[in-house]
Design a protein around this ligand. Structure first.
Ligand code: COA
Length: 170
């Protein structure tokens, strides 16, 4: 089956919500608010990149990217996540295709770099690794990963967009 990665369109929004809910339902370390984060990012105009994976006309995966703030003032850095693939379609390379397309799109918008919170076993292969001096408060440093695309590595604390505090009750 062939998978196509493309930017989200208005018709996708309801399906993106469902894919995120399903992907994180049994995921370890999930807050189960991931679908609300994406909704809030979109509402606030902070969903810089939103890619879907489509397979035989069905939406099977999604990845979101949004701007982050870094305490040293570095700009043009982004946070990747949440990333989701339907449980029954995981392990077939769809997540990797979403990752590669996301990185391509970041280069197109001339992003300086990207951070994410996740298991290095999966994300190392795309060039993400813990970087000394670039931290996210409250998380073990081995899980906070960065990919430098251009220039020097910033130093300091990273802050995700306020939409990451979103819950269903807003
Ligand atoms: C993470 C996720 C997007 C990967 O998508 P996928 O389509 O299964 O990924 P791929 O098929 O391209 O890659 C699978 C590889 O990643 C590894 N992998 C997948 N999820 C992983 C995870 N959470 N931790 C560590 N490794 C993981 C698999 O073991 C496999 O490794 P291998 O290639 O060495 O065999 C998907 O598993 C998912 O939606 N998980 C639930 C939601 C989640 O935890 N998202 C990440 C946090 S934002």
């Amino acid at each position: 089956m062939s998978v196509r990665i493309r930017s989200e369109q208005a018709d996708d929004i309801v399906h993106i919500h469902d894919v995120i809910v399903a992907a994180f339902l049994k995921a370890p370390h999930a807050d189960h608010t991931e679908q609300f984060i994406v909704r809030e990012l979109r509402r606030l105009g902070a969903l810089t990149i939103s890619l879907v994976a489509e397979e035989d006309g069905l939406l099977v995966g999604h990845v979101a990217l949004s701007p982050v703030r870094i305490s040293d003032g570095a700009n043009n850095w982004y946070g990747l996540g949440p990333i989701s693939v339907l449980p029954e379609r995981q392990g077939n390379g769809i997540g990797s295709q979403l990752m590669n397309s996301a990185i391509q799109q970041l280069k197109q918008i001339e992003a300086k770099g990207c951070v994410l919170l996740g298991d290095p076993k999966f994300y190392n292969r795309f060039g993400f690794a813990p970087r000394k001096g670039l931290v996210l408060s409250g998380v073990p440093e081995e899980y906070f990963l960065a990919l430098l695309l251009e220039g020097d590595l910033p130093q300091g604390e990273v802050f995700y967009h306020k939409a990451f505090l979103a819950t269903d009750y807003q």
